[in-house]
Design a binder for this molecule. Structure first.
Ligand code: NAP
Ligand code: MG
Length: 402
């Protein structure tokens, strides 16, 4: 069979530890035998980031702007322990943070649903995608401990020196205060990313805040979403047969639990942080969660939601067998290849992505899986495979399909 050709390169961002090991096996077993893989390679492994003073991360993000689509392996975010372990020149920032700052995107996370890994919530039949706003609020907040009686205020000083004040509280004793902010520009690009993504995957989008209590802050989110929707998206949504739905956050959580799934849930930064962990866990496993960063200009960066699986890597280094789940990393590749195919009108490449996803799901549903899934599956007669043999089992399924 002739290999599938690619006209435009895909930006490939390699990473660290166990996921770097999986990355190579996935390419060797599932991609290179079938595709004339055309990638522009960036090594985001911590050693090379350190060697290039993290320039490679910036370059990979710039390349994503140039070509439009990237696939990223999980990477180490350095902390004190990593400084010593890798003898780092500096505590380099999180690559995801750097890339997000350059692409200015929204992160969409969706579980991969397979038979035999049943959601904890009985009614959920289809994936729920969480869209998390990734700027501001409590993550860029400033806080103060109030030692005793006194007055706390918010003060805004305009460029011409005029002050506007708002009382927070007249303290009678000790307490705490917090100040946070967001930017209309960031909320606008969040809204556009959400609406574009909904059109892209043809699913309804829900958005919820606490605007009844937060009449200026949260209400601003609600108003910006509505204004952009009415002006730019209403007609497109009607044509696509999908809906934008705003409700109060309390109502949203109740509806989510009663729902069948199959929609996007847009969340403010904190809600998205917390709810994405809840949704991922309730769908079964973090190792089955995909993630894509979508910029308002329409650049896409696909990755797995989990980290580098450090504990498994240390076992691997000691020569012990590992059973690390590669599904989310495989789906990062299929997501990126399908999007590349779409942008290049390369039907063969899109079909290949569909088939590789189906081969992965079918392999698990036939009872062959990694240890993390074997522990939670409702299937009987399960075969637990090691990291490499699981990927080889997917290759066998795929070859039968092609
Ligand atoms: P992690 O790599 O997600 O792993 C945490 C634990 O979850 C693992 O020890 C493992 O549990 C389980 N797990 C996660 N993915 C799995 C998979 N594919 N297959 C099987 N089990 C899986 O998180 P971490 O250990 O906290 O972080 C390790 C490194 O990853 C850190 O340096 C962090 O900075 C980085 N990180 C990167 C990203 C990213 O690049 N997007 C995201 C998060 C973290 P058991 O050990 O019980 O088997
Ligand atoms: Mg979290």
């Amino acid at each position: 069979m002739a290999k599938i050709k690619m006209t435009t390169p895909l930006v490939e961002m390699d990473g660290d530890e166990m996921t770097r090991i999986l990355w190579k096996i996935i390419k060797d077993e599932l991609l290179l035998p079938f595709i004339e893989l055309n990638t522009e390679y960036y090594d985001l492994g911590l050693e090379y980031r350190n060697e290039t003073n993290d320039q490679v991360t910036v370059d990979s993000a710039e390349a994503t702007k140039k070509y439009g689509v990237a696939v990223k392996c999980a990477t180490i975010t350095p902390n004190a322990a990593r400084m010593t372990e890798y003898d780092l020149k500096e505590m380099w920032k999180s690559p995801n943070g750097t890339i997000r700052a350059i692409l200015d995107g929204t992160v969409f996370r969706a579980p991969i649903v397979v038979k035999g890994i049943e959601p904890t919530v009985r009614t959920w039949k289809k994936p729920i995608t969480i869209a998390r706003h990734a700027y501001g609020d409590v993550y860029k907040g400033s806080e103060m401990k109030i030692p005793g009686a006194g007055k706390a205020e918010i003060v805004y000083t305009a460029e011409d020196g005029t002050e506007t004040r708002e009382l927070i509280h007249n303290f009678k004793g000790a307490g705490i205060v917090q100040g946070m902010h967001n930017l209309d520009e960031s909320i606008e690009s969040f809204a556009r990313s959400c609406f574009n993504y909904a059109l892209d995957i043809k699913q309804d989008i829900w958005f919820a805040t606490k605007d009844t209590i937060s009449k200026k802050y949260d209400h601003n989110f609600k108003d910006i979403f509505q204004e952009i929707y009415d002006k730019e998206y209403d007609a497109k949504f009607k044509a696509a047969g999908i809906e934008y739905f705003y409700t109060l956050i309390d109502d949203a959580v109740a509806r989510v639990i009663r729902s069948e799934g199959g929609y996007i849930w847009a969340c403010k930064n904190y809600d998205g942080d917390v709810m994405s962990d809840m949704v991922a866990t309730a769908f079964g496993s973090l190792a089955m969660m995909t993630s894509v960063l979508v910029s308002p200009q329409g650049y896409y960066e696909y990755e797995a939601a989990h980290g580098t699986v450090q504990r498994h890597y240390y076992k691997h280094l000691k020569g012990e067998e590992t059973s690390t789940n590669s599904v989310a990393t495989i789906f990062a590749w299929t997501g990126a290849l399908r999007k590349r195919g779409e942008l290049d009108s390369n039907q063969e490449l899109m079909d290949f992505a569909d088939k590789l996803e189906k081969a992965t799901v079918d392999t698990i549903e036939s009872g062959k899986m990694t240890k993390d899934l074997a522990l939670i599956t409702t299937l009987e007669n399960v075969t637990v495979l090691n990291s490499e043999n699981f990927i080889k089992a997917i290759r066998e399924t795929l070859e039968k399909m092609l």
